[in-house]
Design a protein around this ligand. Structure first.
Ligand code: PNS
Length: 197
């Protein structure tokens, strides 16, 4: 291998943590800019990253699982080593079924730490070979959570900058169905039939 090729290859692989599959599990109701930031960071250090949406019938989500999957697909279309999936039951069992060796989770602030630590240690108890890796999203998203985004949007507040544009649009459509009618191109307007002469 030429020196230049070697240099390029090592630059490309710099920061790669793991050759296998990593899983980024969550509710993503809805996906936020913080989630997206973490997915982008994760996609740089793992060979393949599976964003796995929990199908949880107990919760009453704002967006259905297919809606969340579609939004995440659209948002990650450019990231070729990222795919979107859904799972039910124990996360460690799902991770095993797709041969994932790492779990990716984000920590925004100290307040996340306790819950994340508990979850990581419980997952380790359930499956000692599955390693949890924590990453920090950009500090500008350190206060952004799906729950707060839902709360602000439901109260009619602005969520620009906290979620990707397509999510902002979906929130508007969800909370104000009339919005869809006001946007040209969002709904198909039936053509009027020509009257017979
Ligand atoms: O986005 P969230 O709601 O913080 O994600 C939490 C999630 C989905 C990662 C967690 O609740 C989970 O893994 N649930 C699956 C059930 C499970 O394995 N529970 C034991 C985890 S300690």
């Amino acid at each position: 291998m030429l020196r230049d090729e070697h240099f390029l290859l090592t630059r490309l692989l710099r920061g790669r943590l793991n050759k296998g599959v990593a899983i980024y599990p969550g509710s993503f109701d809805p996906p936020t800019n913080g989630h997206l930031d973490l997915i982008e960071r994760g996609s740089k250090i793992f060979e393949e990253l599976v964003v796995a949406i929990l199908r949880n019938s107990e919760k009453s989500p704002m967006f259905s699982v297919p809606e969340r999957r579609e939004m995440l697909r659209e948002l990650t279309a450019e990231l070729k080593n990222v795919r979107i999936d859904t799972f039910d039951g124990l996360m460690v069992e799902y991770a095993k079924s797709i041969e994932a060796t790492c779990v990716l989770r984000g920590i925004r602030a100290i307040s996340d730490y306790e819950y994340e630590l508990q979850m990581a240690l419980m997952n380790r108890k359930l499956e000692p070979t599955l390693e949890t890796v924590f990453m920090m999203p950009a500090d500008k998203y350190s206060y952004v959570s799906s729950r707060l985004v839902r709360e602000v949007a439901q109260a009619g507040g602005p969520v620009r900058g906290l979620v990707p544009e397509i999510v902002e649009q979906k929130l508007r459509e969800k909370l104000d169905p009339a919005y869809k009618l006001e946007q040209p191109g969002l709904v198909e307007v039936p053509r009027r039939r020509k009257r017979k002469a």
